[in-house]
Design a protein around this ligand. Structure first.
Ligand code: G
Ligand code: G
Ligand code: MN
Ligand code: NA
Length: 253
């Protein structure tokens, strides 16, 4: 409960920072996008992981302030990159709470416009579990995202219960293979089958497929061989600051 109160103040206190991790084109090795990952620098506890505070924020109704902060900061950063000539997308993780807000899409559109960022340059990463919620509220948000022209990515894919039929109804452009399958690729025949199924499913639906958590050349080789379009992971880069990412993207361009 103490942590929740501190979390409530963190945005105003300037304790949040966005890090960015590049998404790499498997063929050209260019940076196609950067995923914004929230960091909380607590004055006494030090670094607090988003795996701890995001679920707390969801539970205690704080995504209503944290979510917009992330969208604003990511869009502002994308505007800076665009002005420096970099044409990559920025990707933001959208939580279940945010998906259920009926003004989410309009508020993102307004922020993007203010920073001169086109909607196609904004990726919404939505976990498969949230995407499959199939409530009236999330269906409406997806429909608005389609009309707005956002790039939609289904995150942590393979951990939920999507069918081809349900996926076809979503305005998704990208499936992101969950890290769990990527980390086991070299050891596990089952992980390879799952990764291959996801890639084939993406092909059938005309979606791009990206693998997250790529750490070794062996994993990367297997994924490229299977036809994976893009990769993200420590093999290419850790999450880094906006300035560092800008330098890395320039080098790879
Ligand atoms: O960056 P890291 O690997 O520590 O992130 C851990 C988890 O926190 C990941 O599942 C990631 O999607 C989530 N996360 C990071 N930043 C955000 C954010 O801005 N919003 C939401 N909803 N989740 C985030
Ligand atoms: O679930 P989501 O994809 O949003 O989470 C991204 C998280 O994965 C970030 O917290 C990031 O720090 C972490 N991550 C990114 N690349 C790697 C990797 O290669 N290995 C591992 N173990 N974690 C990674
Ligand atoms: Mn993500
Ligand atoms: Na993920």
């Amino acid at each position: 409960a103490v942590l929740v109160n501190e979390l409530r103040q963190a945005a105003q206190a300037g304790q949040f920072e966005l890090y960015f991790q590049p998404k790499i084109d498997a063929q050209s090795l260019e940076v196609t996008a950067a995923e914004a990952l929230l960091r909380w620098h607590h004055p006494t506890r030090g670094f607090v992981s988003p795996t701890i505070f995001i679920p707390l924020a969801e539970k205690y109704g704080l995504m209503g302030t944290i979510g917009p902060w992330v969208i604003e900061e990511a869009s502002r950063t994308a505007g800076v990159w665009l002005k420096s000539g970099l044409r990559m997308r920025v990707a933001v993780n959208i939580s279940g709470y945010q998906m259920r807000q009926d003004d989410l899409v309009e508020s993102i559109q307004a922020v993007l416009e203010r920073h001169g960022v086109q909607p196609q340059r904004f990726t919404c990463e939505i976990t498969e579990t949230v995407a499959m919620e199939d409530t009236q509220a999330t269906k409406l948000t997806f429909e608005k995202m389609r009309r707005a022209g956002f790039h939609v990515s289904i995150d942590d894919f393979g951990t939920g219960y999507s069918s081809l039929g349900s996926l076809r109804k979503l305005p998704a452009a990208e499936l992101k293979i969950d890290r769990a399958f990527v980390s086991d690729l070299e050891e596990s025949e089952e992980a390879r089958s799952i990764a291959k199924s996801i890639i084939d499913m993406a092909r059938a639906l005309n979606l791009k497929v990206i693998a997250e958590g790529v750490e070794t050349v062996g994993q990367s080789d297997i994924l490229v061989e299977m036809g994976c379009d893009e990769m993200q992971g420590f093999l290419f880069s850790m999450p880094i600051t906006a300035g560092e990412l800008q330098n890395l993207a320039m080098l790879r361009h």
